[in-house]
Design a protein around this ligand. Structure first.
Ligand code: IMP
Length: 436
């Protein structure tokens, strides 16, 4: 399997980091290819808990080279902070074990200011962004005139470029921000701060596209690690309540520069229920005690922003859509242990809209707001399952729930996770962890 991909099939926070960590060993590269410091991965190794935002979860496995490719928007302060934190905990991170593409776009101070203003300017429910400057940086990337790529920071005209863009951005921001709340940005300060970042990042900067293509041409194994979830994809998600990158399976090639012919296996990660952070429609949302039960047991508070996550039942209509969109071969069902103690569990099997039943995921957010979920109830189970070591250790009701998910989505369940630890993982498809 030269190229294995791990993507989220819901609205992010599906615990993809744990699956990446499980599959990392034996890979030449582990690649983060979209998004930025809006993502958050928690990986538990023994007693140690690691919280990562920009660095791929593969950094915790010795001997693997991690990559941040050109589709990512890079917050230099944040990536350096993460590197420092891991190095202080004895994780080796040098120019050999970490490569950052010279094509990544750099988040600059004006992007944070723009994010604050734009987030509440949708003319309806706000998007509820993570305020990490993600959307404005991608906007500048596409608009081109005011963008800075990592490679630009090492060019002779970097100072002039910062001076020019700061002048332009101050003009735009003065018009966007309310009177009295705008403090002009100072080009000199930004140049000094970002030159310092450039110096510190230099050992890691590389042409990752070239490295990846050469590696795959030689048949080496590469793991692609998605950030956010497919329903937050800028083109195929619940637009405009999405992030600004292609966070579904379709983003792997454009974010990494690797063509689809190398992607042999795509794993879709889902929670055993649903969560969403920020604004936008959520058909199976539970605004009641059951929603709070899931939030408490699943510790459903954002890794990056600590915002309480909205919780609800598993939505098989949405997952079937994103699994097909991503060409998913197998499912990883995470946080199964959270469901213990519920008398019955609902699965959304269809939507009803204007009196008609459908299992097509609507393309317009207003239609998605109007759908009524059609539920099927399956029996729950009382016992805790966080100690389950194998599929047979799970109660019959959990088997029936997993079987029904696989049937509705049209993909086998390859992995079941019953807790945050590495050992709390039941792998049903042994070929996943084989790289020879
Ligand atoms: P942005 O990515 O900061 O622009 O935020 C856009 C939307 O995506 C907001 O609703 C965020 O809450 C959501 N979002 C961004 N990153 C993540 C993530 O890693 N997990 C869950 N939601 C996210």
């Amino acid at each position: 399997m030269p190229g294995t991909c791990v993507i989220g099939l819901q609205w992010g926070d599906e615990a993809k980091g744990k699956i990446v960590d499980l599959l990392t060993s034996g890979r030449r590269y582990v690649v983060r290819y979209q998004g930025g410091a809006n993502a958050g991965h928690t990986v538990v190794v023994g007693e140690e808990v690691y919280k990562l935002s920009l660095l791929p979860s593969g950094v915790l496995t010795p001997g693997v080279t991690c990559m941040i490719t050109g589709g990512v928007v890079l917050n230099p302060a944040k990536v350096l902070e993460e590197i420092d934190e891991l190095v202080s905990r004895d994780i080796r991170l040098d120019g050999e074990s970490l490569k950052i593409s010279n094509r990544t776009h750099v988040i600059l101070p004006w992007h944070f200011a723009e994010d604050r203003v734009l987030d509440t300017s949708t003319g309806g429910e706000s998007i509820g962004t993570t305020q990490r400057g993600i959307g404005p940086c991608y906007r500048d990337k596409v608009a081109r005139s005011h963008a800075v790529r990592l490679g630009d920071m090492y060019r002779g005209d970097f100072k002039e470029r910062i001076e020019h863009i700061t002048k332009e951005k101050n003009r735009v921001l003065a018009a966007m921000v309310a009177d009295g709340e705008f403090e002009p940005l100072v080009a000199d300060d930004i140049y000094k701060q970002y030159s310092d970042f450039a110096d510190r990042l230099k050992p890691y900067v590389a042409d990752t596209t070239e490295l990846l293509l050469s590696s795959l041409e030689q048949g080496e194994h590469v793991l692609f690690e998605g950030a956010q979830g497919s329903l937050l994809d800028v083109d195929h998600g619940t637009y405009p309540y999405v992030t600004s990158s292609n966070s579904s399976g379709v983003g792997i090639s454009n974010g990494s520069g690797v063509p689809g012919k190398y992607m042999d296996c795509v794993l879709g990660v889902v929670k055993a229920y649903s969560t969403r952070v920020g604004g936008g429609p959520f058909p199976t949302e539970l605004d009641d005690d059951t929603g709070q039960y899931l939030r408490d047991r699943g510790n459903e508070y954002g890794t990056v922003t600590r915002r309480p996550r909205r919780c609800g039942w598993l939505d098989a209509v949405a997952i079937r859509y994103t699994a097909r969109l991503g060409g998913v071969d197998g499912l990883c069902v995470m946080l199964m242990d959270v469901l213990s103690g519920l008398d019955e569990i609902n699965i959304c099997t269809a939507y009803e809209i204007d009196g008609e039943r459908t299992n097509v995921f609507p393309s317009h957010v207003d239609d998605l707001r109007r759908v009524k979920p059609v539920y099927e109830s399956v029996p729950g189970w009382e016992e805790e399952i966080d100690g389950a070591q194998s599929y047979d250790d799970l109660p019959a009701a959990a088997h029936a729930y997993l079987d029904r998910i696989a049937e509705l989505v049209g993909c086998p369940v390859d992995v079941v996770s019953v807790g945050p630890g590495r050992a709390q993982t039941i792998v049903l498809n042994e070929s996943l962890t084989r790289t020879n």
